[in-house]
Design a protein around this ligand. Structure first.
Ligand SMILES: *[C@@H]1O[C@H](CO)[C@@H](O)[C@H](O)[C@H]1NC(C)=O
Ligand SMILES: *[C@@H]1O[C@H](CO)[C@@H](O)[C@H](O)[C@H]1NC(C)=O
Ligand SMILES: *[C@@H]1O[C@H](CO)[C@@H](O)[C@H](O)[C@H]1NC(C)=O
Ligand SMILES: *[C@@H]1O[C@H](CO)[C@@H](O)[C@H](O)[C@H]1NC(C)=O
Ligand SMILES: *[C@@H]1O[C@H](CO)[C@@H](O)[C@H](O)[C@H]1NC(C)=O
Ligand SMILES: *[C@@H]1O[C@H](CO)[C@@H](O)[C@H](O)[C@H]1NC(C)=O
Ligand SMILES: CC(=O)N[C@H]1CO[C@H](CO)[C@@H](O)[C@@H]1O
Length: 632
């Protein structure tokens, strides 16, 4: 086999022997003082001890039981040695002969006779001698000072090649062994006798072993911590995932419940109408039978031969008649169907909006990790709307200051710079925080481009039943104008009797809605919103003159806002297209000039308590308003 390693391993046997069992190591382990033992021997030695563990070789004591690591290098060396010496090394005498010089250490031969095994080595002569040839050393005074020691092998390796003298010292600077003659050239070096150098190196290595032992224990502890932390993280994540799952299933259940309710409304309406149809169908069936029976009687009478009898019957039959069949109009309540459908769309919009807001926030957080979080109002993309950010350019220092301060500060800043902004005082008891978020929300919407607002677009049609007698509706209920004469619309409780007004057919209880109105001719009109419960008669039925409506009014060149009979004059705007943005939950309505740079005309903030209808007032003949069909 690996003959190459054979000589290398020769002579190592003693080093590879456990000092407890005196056999070759079997799974050797290393104790902190650096000594190796068979794992099982150490187990036996330390069995039953709870402290004062000591090394069986050097008696070094350890307060606690040292952690023992298998000495893998030693293991491999022992295995290699076994591979040559056979597993039972001690009893393998025969093998030893076979292996010859390879394994069994050949005795050191006498340098004199070159045959007999040496008894001692003389360090002075640098030669080994058998008992016989050693005798002069022991007897003759000439050799008295010669230093004798047990036989040493390879004396040549222990000699300085330069001076052919035995090494006696160790130079730590050069890390080499030197002889006494070399000392001259190492005058400036630190040199120590070999024995001392060996002892020093041994203790240094032992110390290092201790340190490594400490380090390895530390590493093992750290590994444990990492594993623990890992499983803790996994646990936390799975717990949170469960919670999130249950939140979402609750959301889904809520939506499903709403779906069920909404579907139920339609189903009930369907049932109501179906029952009516069934009823009418039954009535008509009876009528048909009645007619058939009269028909039969007449036909029977016509076959009567007896004149007297025939005339008598004919007279009776001629008196009989059946009324024309009256078929009542039965249809589903379009208003109900539509508003039910609209409520589903509104819910969808709200969900869509909050879901997209969630992902926007996430994207923002990713974009600026570690930075101070900017307030939402300031972080929306201003360039999208083709507008410049409001407010002056700030220096870098000011910007940092602003970021450090509360969003409140930034908000107040931009608020002042905007010109035509006025805010109606909120009617509801909003707390400061809620008011602030509504403010931010409004600013968000004001920064949106028209394209962005169109995602909330609602097509509005006019409700014929609310139109005042002089309001003409045309273009499939999207255009309104004023007639000089009364149009004699039939009476309806929802109809305006005193003010030439009309409401939209659509009503909004929830969600965000945007519609646009075109002022086509003559600026005498009002555009706004109102509760369905607003008066239809008397002076209080005028838009803005009560607490149930909010509007912007054009009175020739004068523009003003109206609510609760309070007027506020506003700066003029040139545009003829007005956008209305209604946010039911946040409680605001914004009137904007479509296509203008600073497009805010006015905003009302309040808490809406009822569903809201688009509302219009047309003052004089010639005024024409048109509702825009919106493409999403
Ligand atoms: C353990 O060692 C300490 C100090 O070397 C000694 O005082 C103590 O008696 C020892 N205990 C035992 C049980 O040998
Ligand atoms: C090993 O660690 C112990 C405490 O954990 C310490 O007292 C000792 O000095 C360390 N030994 C070495 C060699 O670092
Ligand atoms: C493990 O968790 C503890 C406590 O949570 C912490 O102090 C320690 O730094 C963590 N260690 C690692 C490696 O993550
Ligand atoms: C909705 O209706 C379906 C079918 O009628 C029913 O299985 C489900 O439990 C209902 N969900 C809720 C939340 O009421
Ligand atoms: C803002 O919008 C413009 C135009 O769509 C785009 O180029 C830019 O990257 C956007 N900036 C941010 C911060 O989203
Ligand atoms: C409004 O009506 C137009 C034309 O009928 C249609 O194309 C558009 O999709 C509608 N918009 C909405 C928001 O329903
Ligand atoms: C029905 C209605 O809302 N009426 C109110 C209209 O506004 C005036 C003025 O604020 C109130 O006095 C009415 O009660």
């Amino acid at each position: 086999m690996a003959a190459v390693s054979e000589p290398a391993l020769a002579g190592l046997e003693e080093e590879l022997t456990c000092s407890v069992c005196l056999c070759l190591f079997c799974s050797p382990v290393t104790v902190p003082c650096g000594h190796n033992f068979c794992a099982s021997c150490l187990e036996l030695t330390w069995a039953g001890l709870s402290r004062n563990f000591s090394c069986p070789q050097c008696r070094a004591t350890f307060a606690s039981r040292p952690q023992l690591q298998k000495n893998t290098v030693l293991c491999r060396v022992v295995e290699q040695l076994r591979g040559h010496a056979g597993p039972e090394e001690e009893e393998g005498e025969g093998e030893e002969e076979e292996e010859g010089e390879g394994e069994g250490e050949p005795p050191v031969r006498c340098d004199s006779c070159l045959q007999a095994p040496a008894a001692q080595t003389c360090l002075t002569c640098t030669a080994s001698f058998c008992a016989e040839h050693l005798r002069p050393h022991l007897d003759s005074p000439a050799f008295r000072d010669h230093q004798l020691c047990p036989p040493l092998r390879d004396l040549q390796q222990r000699k300085c090649p330069q001076h052919n003298k035995l090494f006696e010292f160790f130079c730590s600077q050069h890390g080499s062994c030197i002889c006494s003659l070399c000392l001259l050239s190492h005058k400036l070096c630190h040199t120590v006798p070999l024995q001392l150098a060996k002892a020093n190196a041994e203790s240094a290595l032992k110390k290092k072993l201790m340190e490594l032992h400490n380090q390895s224990e530390k590493a093992a502890r750290a590994m444990n911590t990492v594993k623990t932390n890992q499983s803790r993280a996994a646990e936390t994540a799975s717990r949170k995932k469960d919670l999130i799952r249950s939140e979402f299933s609750e959301i889904k259940a809520l939506i499903e419940e709403r779906e069920n309710e909404t579907l139920k409304i339609i189903a009930e309406e369907e049932k109501r109408v179906c029952n009516k149809f069934d009823y009418i169908h039954g009535i008509l069936g009876g009528k048909k039978n009645e007619i058939q029976s009269l028909k039969d009687q007449i036909e029977m009478a016509l076959t009567e031969g007896d004149d007297i009898l025939f005339l008598k019957r004919a007279a009776a039959l001629q008196r009989k008649s059946t009324k024309d069949t009256f078929i009542p109009v039965i249809e589903m309540d379009q208003n109900l169907i539509h508003s039910t459908y609209q409520s589903a769309i509104n819910l969808k919009d709200i969900v869509k909006l909050s879901v997209s807001q969630c992902s926007e926030k996430k994207a923002e957080a990713k974009q600026t990790p570690g930075k101070t979080k900017a307030p939402p109002a300031a972080s929306t993309n201003k360039t999208l709307a083709g507008k410049k950010a409001p407010g002056p350019q700030h220096t870098r220092k000011e910007k940092i200051l602003q970021q450090a301060q509360a969003p409140l500060q930034l908000e107040a800043d931009t608020e002042e710079k905007k010109k035509p902004v006025e805010v109606a005082p909120p009617t509801g008891p909003l707390n400061a925080a809620a008011a602030m978020t509504v403010k931010e929300l409004i600013n968000n919407f004001l920064k949106k481009s028209r394209e962005e607002l169109l995602q909330y677009a609602a097509n509005i049609t006019l409700d014929y039943n609310t139109a005042h007698n002089k309001v003409i509706l045309s273009e499939r209920y999207t255009r309104m104008s004023v007639s000089d004469t009364s149009l004699n619309y039939n009476h309806h409780p929802q109809r305006f009797t005193d003010c030439s007004q009309v409401l939209g057919f659509q009503c909004f209880k929830r969600g965000i809605h945007y519609w646009e109105v075109e002022l086509q001719q003559n600026n005498f009109c009002g555009i706004g919103i109102c509760y369905g419960s607003m008066e239809r008669q008397g002076p209080e039925s005028r838009l803005g003159r009560n607490s149930s409506s909010w509007c912007i009014e054009w009175f020739n060149s004068k523009i003003s806002s109206w609510h609760n009979d309070v007027e506020k004059c506003l700066p003029n705007v040139k545009t003829t297209k007005i956008g209305v943005l209604l946010h039911c939950e946040a409680g605001f309505v914004i009137f904007m000039a479509v296509g203008e740079k600073h497009n805010l005309i006015y905003k009302f903030k309040t808490q809406f308590t009822e569903a809201l209808y688009p509302a219009f007032w047309l003052f004089s003949s010639g005024t024409v308003l048109s509702l825009c069909q919106m493409k999403q």
